[in-house]
Design a protein around this ligand. Structure first.
Ligand code: B12
Length: 372
């Protein structure tokens, strides 16, 4: 049962207020940092972590809230709140810290933003304050496991690969991959059923503070090296379809998902220009003009990058030289709720590699349909 208060509905925060909040982030973060740092109980509230961890949280908070306000997506806020509480609590932050933090944000917003803006924004902060305890209850009820949606043989393989990643066993992980991947189909399975879910498990351990950042980096680099090997051996196929640009969004450092989508499209015969992580909007627009792809595909893992993607799409839609440019979005950020789909004007938001390939094929067929 969902014990949270219903999340706010409708366009509560205007775009102008969201921009005003964003403009004031540096000064507001500084005030929040200063008030929180000077609390007598601060060491206890943040569980003995260095103050820099708290300061970083305040910056992430403000950037994330800007996105929420620009999109008015309160389902995303509610789902992310659970993650914030669970991951910071597992690092030692106390429940009282979050109450204090929200109260401080309300005070600082009142002091720094004009009354119209603050009255819109504080409605959302008041909701956050009233729902904190309910979220806490909800996360202590849940087992905090990742549901595995494929059969138990694949799950065993995933568990084996995950253990090799966690133990940093690069050569065995490569041998294991070679024993599983024989052709196009098994490669796709390996990507979506083994790599993807092993990395989600790595993320969960990191979130609970059970592995170090170095262990997570090592797991990612083993995956990337294996993907390069598999690419050289299986993916160089003939291009029989059109051109696609695949990239992670601006400020998006998670690149494995985009790379998987790139390889899978290439396997399906697309000529893929794969740009990797963190491509600034203006650079992406430039290369779209130069390469004139049939579609572009953008990966977003962090919810705080969504409004940047929304801005990018608005720029593309208003550019007369990019008329009818097809835009496909996907990535971990969209698994937090489908509401974002109505707020971002993509042609399609896909959640799986199958959906990606099907969508791309459909666009290709539409474009090449013989018209009588
Ligand atoms: C490795 C990792 C990192 C690495 C990434 C390195 C790299 N070169 O890629 C680094 C260290 C940089 C990193 C940084 C951060 N990370 Co990180 N990271 C991860 C981790 C463990 C794995 C990511 C991954 O490779 N997943 C596997 C891929 C294959 O899955 P995927 O991206 O979902 O892709 C699949 C689908 O979504 C889909 N798809 C993906 N893209 C697209 C695109 C299209 C068009 C389509 C159709 C489909 C599609 O297809 C893929 C195949 O199945 C995740 C855990 C997780 N749950 O993903 C955390 C995770 C995403 N990170 C997290 C966080 C918090 C951060 C940081 C904020 C940490 C910090 N304090 O700095 C920063 C943010 C940096 C930034 N601005 O982007 C959180 C996010 C929580 C949340 N609620 O949003 C997670 C979930 C960890 C956790 N459980 O808490 N991270």
């Amino acid at each position: 049962m969902n014990k949270l208060y219903p999340s706010p509905k409708g366009d509560i925060v205007s775009y102008a207020s969201a921009k005003e909040y964003e403009k004031n982030i540096p000064v507001m973060v500084e005030s929040v940092n200063s008030i929180m740092t000077n609390l007598n109980s601060i060491e206890n509230l943040i569980g003995g972590n260095p103050l820099s961890v708290m300061h970083e949280n305040h910056i992430h908070h403000a950037k994330f809230m800007t996105n929420i306000f620009k999109l008015n997506d309160y389902e995303l806020l509610r789902n992310t709140l659970k993650w914030v509480l669970s991951s910071y609590r597992s690092r030692g932050f106390k429940s009282k810290y979050f109450h204090k933090e929200i109260e401080t944000w309300i005070k600082v917003i009142n002091e720094n933003l004009d009354s119209n803006t603050s009255s819109e924004i504080i409605k959302i902060y008041e909701w956050l304050k009233s729902t904190l305890d309910h979220v806490e209850e909800e996360i202590s009820d849940k087992t905090n496991e990742i549901e595995y949606p494929f059969d138990s043989d694949w799950e065993k393989n995933k568990n084996k690969f995950f253990n090799l990643l966690i133990n940093g066993n690069s050569s065995e992980a490569l041998s294991f991959s070679k024993s599983i991947v024989h052709d196009k189909e098994s490669l796709e399975d390996f990507y979506t059923k083994i790599i993807t879910y092993s990395m989600y498990e790595v993320g969960l351990l990191w979130e609970k503070g059970l592995i170090s950042v170095a262990q997570e980096h090592l797991a990612t680099s083993i995956v990337m090296r294996i993907m390069s090997f598999l690419y050289m051996n299986f993916i160089l196929v003939e291009n029989i379809k059109g051109k696609a640009i695949v990239t992670a969004s601006s400020n998006e450092y998670h690149e494995v998902g985009a790379r998987i989508i790139s390889d899978i499209l290439e396997l399906d015969g697309w000529n893929v220009i794969y740009l990797g992580a963190n491509v600034p909007n203006e650079e992406l627009i430039k290369i779209i003009h130069e390469e004139k792809p049939d579609f572009i595909s953008i990966s977003v893992a962090m919810a705080f990058n969504m409004s940047g993607v929304k801005d990018l799409i608005s720029q593309i839609r208003s550019d007369s030289n990019l008329d009818n440019m097809k835009i496909l979005l996907g990535g971990y950020a969209f698994t937090f709720g489908r509401e974002a789909q109505n707020k971002i004007e993509a042609d399609k938001i896909a959640l799986s590699s199958c959906e990606t390939v099907e969508t791309a094929r459909l666009w290709w067929d539409d474009k090449n349909e013989v018209k009588f």
